[in-house]
Design a protein around this ligand. Sequence first.
Ligand SMILES: Cc1cc2nc3c(=O)[nH]c(=O)nc-3n(C[C@H](O)[C@H](O)[C@H](O)COP(=O)(O)OP(=O)(O)OC[C@H]3O[C@@H](n4cnc5c(N)ncnc54)[C@H](O)[C@@H]3O)c2cc1C
Ligand code: FES
Length: 256
Amino acid sequence: MKKQTCDFEVIYNISLNDDYFLLKLLAEDELPNIFPAQFVEVRIDGAPNTFLRRPISVHDVNYNKNTISLLVRIAGEGTAQLSKINKGNLLNLVFPLGNSFSMPDNDNILLVGGGCGVAPMLYTAKYFMNFGFTPTLLLGYKDKESILRSDKFAKYGNVFYATEDGSFGEEGNVLNHSLLNTGEISFDKIYACGPQPMLKALGDMAIKKNIECEVSLENLMACGIGACLCCVQDTVDGHKCVCTEGPVFNVKKIVW
Ligand SMILES: Cc1cc2nc3c(=O)[nH]c(=O)nc-3n(C[C@H](O)[C@H](O)[C@H](O)COP(=O)(O)OP(=O)(O)OC[C@H]3O[C@@H](n4cnc5c(N)ncnc54)[C@H](O)[C@@H]3O)c2cc1C
Ligand code: FES
């Protein structure tokens, strides 16, 4: 699909907690089809050291209102600057970028998100639900206070939580959760996004249990167009650029 460079108008910028904010953006032109796990490259204006665009997953899309939403963690200078953008300002995006999660065959699917990897899982769940599938979601957070948009996620599937301190859902990380550790429960396919150690452990578990598993990688990116090789992932088919050939890979293909 052809990528576009467009100015979006900021409809709102809401701070969700000390670390995360939510942007709703209105497109000038009609939005193209956007698929789950695709991302945008955001131009950050006003941050002197942030020359390169920053990759952010599509968190939600509303085709009726012609808007997309981004759920962003303040990680460094670029995202800190972005967190200050105001209603009515323009934000320049290159989108839609990357490949996407494949369609499931049935409802027996698990969507796993950890850290800012929860961001693409809302649109993924919504997209699958629009095709008649009701996913199970497993979302991992530090504690109850850091849980994001629980009401929204609840609309698009059966949601389970793991918190590191056990203040909500089950104690521990997503890998410790009973959904993945009880013999009676098994899924036909797992879709995941989150920190690399989580994806690797989940992928190893899926391979061992013979469950199909696709992961969306968040490797560091610079150019975003396949030129600098800074996002390269080693795979059984050789080196792949996550920006142009990902971010989604079947775990069986990844050489961690
Ligand atoms: C395909 C893709 C989708 C993403 N989706 C989201 C999203 O939906 N929401 C969100 O909050 N973030 C997302 N990220 C991560 C986001 O791009 C980075 O956090 C952001 O670029 C950091 O920019 P910065 O200028 O604030 O920080 P920098 O000053 O560039 O970096 C600050 C710190 O964050 C680390 N960092 C930078 N990029 C990444 C990364 N990709 N992964 C892990 N650590 C990183 C740096 O090593 C450094 O320690 C995504 C990344 C990719 C590749
Ligand atoms: S970010 Fe430069 S090749 Fe992917």
